[in-house]
Design a protein. Structure first.
Length: 84
């Protein structure tokens, strides 16, 4: 196919889909291509499954039972962090 302008409707659809994917716990990446940052063409989004490491749930439960307040610091989106 050939590139077409994304437009406001296309942008809204991509953002809505990325939020749905993030709410399922997926790490969402947008992809684009082009000769420079100023002329990128949106190619799509992809969701990657990146589950917590083995033993994390049990460790957090153990800490909370011991009276420790656990705080998660992440670079993921708010939707992904809440789903995890």
């Amino acid at each position: 196919g050939s590139a077409v302008p994304l437009g406001e409707r296309g942008r809204a659809r991509a953002l809505a889909q990325s939020r749905r994917m993030a709410a399922c716990g997926l790490r969402v990446l947008a992809m684009a291509y082009g000769p420079s940052l100023e002329t990128l063409t949106f190619a799509g989004i992809v969701g990657l499954e990146d589950p917590p490491r083995e033993g994390v749930v049990e460790s957090v439960t153990h800490l909370e039972k011991g009276g420790i307040r656990v705080i998660m610091v992440t670079g993921d989106s708010k939707e992904t962090a809440l789903a995890i």
